[in-house]
Design a protein around this ligand. Structure first.
Ligand SMILES: Cc1cc2nc3c(=O)[nH]c(=O)nc-3n(C[C@H](O)[C@H](O)[C@H](O)COP(=O)(O)OP(=O)(O)OC[C@H]3O[C@@H](n4cnc5c(N)ncnc54)[C@H](O)[C@@H]3O)c2cc1C
Length: 432
């Protein structure tokens, strides 16, 4: 059998603020609430519960931020896949208005938390640009900007010249600028949330994978791989794209492909000035979207979809490197010194789902490309649901666990879709 490909540490793992001490759970402990999963959702829930005086124990299989939360592009973008009018069409006038308000402020929450807790997190907030790659998508982003303007956001449509000047490229037909967006060092942010939660009184245990969850009278017992236990009144689960088989059929409600990222060595001053000169974070309108930015170390980084399987060699990042060469010819010859990937949790409707298969056990699953803000806000909402007992504290309705039909075939299906989109997306993707 071939040796597993030795994955490099992510850019974020090599440049993050140190982690707080989160030793594995030992023995048997009791808590008001036990949280499974130490990504943004679980950590934010722990912080907001502890701040309200609730006794919380968080169990994480590896270390806080090990999953998507420590591997992402660090783009803090408010909203969800759907524009305000689509949200209202889906959730009705009242629910839609409430959800639009919720998703519209997720980036604010991230930057507020960083400031309020004095987190050691490099951040920038000069806005997010979405570049349009076809005339039809240009119309879409113009409508999108207008819809958010109607919500009071100082969004701006960018002409072709403005978009390309801000991005430092020549391929976009225009775009829009959302001033609420920005960038963070994502693993430092996860670690900052963990530190803040610990300070507020939460207990956080790394290297503590939960392997069994049992109902005992009106409480729950969670057992870790080492045999340690938590006896908890309530359980919150937020295991994202790394969801296993703890809850029957839950893993079958998502597909969890890897998103791939590469980063260059730190750029020299002239090169850096030619790419995203004003420090915007960016993604585009392709089906297989590209997302890119510079970070606090002066590196250029880009992410996008890769093969569905786990990577087996550096060539699995080759398509991104070819895209970068097309988009920014000035980067020819610049070495890439980090290649990594992480799993996203895709639901059928591209929305996070809440399930409560039995009273006291609340599950959050499914978050696509806006998880830095959205999952932070979802974690706070879950905390408020626990303390208020009101389902209205949650931004989305609680629904039954419904596996995707023919889930086992999804790998094949997604691989075919990726190939198709590569062929049809146009511009830099198709050329790469
Ligand atoms: C490569 C990549 C790029 C992305 N780029 C962006 C971006 O630029 N902007 C943006 O907003 N979003 C981005 N995202 C999405 C974002 O990172 C996620 O939506 C978000 O981090 C999900 O947070 P989470 O808390 O739901 O899950 P995760 O951060 O994945 O955390 C789940 C945790 O649960 C733990 N776990 C699983 N099972 C168990 C168990 N049985 N016991 C204990 N612990 C368990 C895992 O170890 C993991 O740490 C990106 C994602 C990836 C992968």
């Amino acid at each position: 059998m071939a040796e597993p490909f030795p994955l490099q540490p992510s850019l974020w793992a090599t440049t993050a603020a140190p982690a707080a001490d989160t030793p594995p759970l030992t023995g048997a402990v009791r808590a008001d609430v036990c949280i499974v999963g130490g990504g943004y959702a679980g950590l934010s829930a722990a912080l907001h519960l502890a701040e309200q005086g609730v006794g919380v124990v968080l169990l994480e299989a590896h270390e806080p931020g090990w999953g998507g939360s420590g591997r992402n592009g660090g783009q803090v973008i408010p909203g969800i896949k759907y524009d305000p009018s689509e949200i209202v069409a889906k959730f009705g006038p009242e629910g839609g208005r409430a959800l639009t308000a919720f998703v519209g402020t997720t980036a604010d929450l991230v930057f507020d938390l960083i400031e309020r807790h004095g987190m050691d997190v490099p951040w920038v907030r000069n806005g997010w640009i979405q570049g349009a790659h076809t005339p039809a998508m240009l119309d879409t982003v113009k409508r999108r900007a207008a819809e958010w303007q109607a919500e009071g956001v100082a969004a701006r449509v960018l002409t072709k010249a403005e978009a390309n000047a801000a991005i430092g490229a020549s391929q976009y037909l225009g775009g829009w600028l959302d001033p609420r967006g920005g960038g963070v060092q994502p693993l430092s942010y996860a670690r900052g949330l963990a530190r803040a939660a610990l300070k507020a009184g939460a207990a956080i245990h790394g290297a503590s994978p939960v392997t069994a969850l049992a109902r005992t009278a009106n409480r729950f017992t969670l057992t870790t791989a080492s045999g340690a236990t938590v006896d908890a009144g309530r359980v919150l689960m937020a295991t994202g794209g790394y969801t296993g088989d703890l809850i029957p059929k839950l893993r079958q409600t998502i597909i969890a492909p890897n998103s791939f990222m590469v980063a260059t060595r730190p750029l020299g001053a002239n090169l850096a000035a030619s790419i995203l000169p004003e420090g915007h974070v960016t993604s585009d309108t392709r089906q297989l979207l590209l997302y890119f930015r510079k970070d606090h170390t002066g590196r250029f980084l880009m992410g996008g979809r890769g093969p569905f399987r786990e990577p087996t060699s550096e060539s699995d990042w080759g398509h991104l490197e070819r895209v970068i060469a097309k988009l920014y010819p000035q980067l020819a010859g610049t070495e890439f010194d980090h290649r990594w990937c992480g799993r996203v949790a895709l639901t059928r409707d591209f929305l996070p789902h809440f399930h409560e298969p039995e009273p006291g056990l609340l599950i959050d699953i499914g978050c696509m490309g806006r998880g830095v803000g959205l999952q932070t806000a979802v974690g706070r909402a879950m905390a408020n649901y626990v303390t208020s007992g009101k389902a209205s504290a949650l931004p989305f309705p609680i629904t039954p666990i419904t596996p995707l039909p023919l889930h086992a075939l999804h790998k094949l299906y997604v691989s075919a879709i990726i190939t198709w989109y590569r062929m049809t997306d146009g511009g830099v993707q198709a050329a790469a």
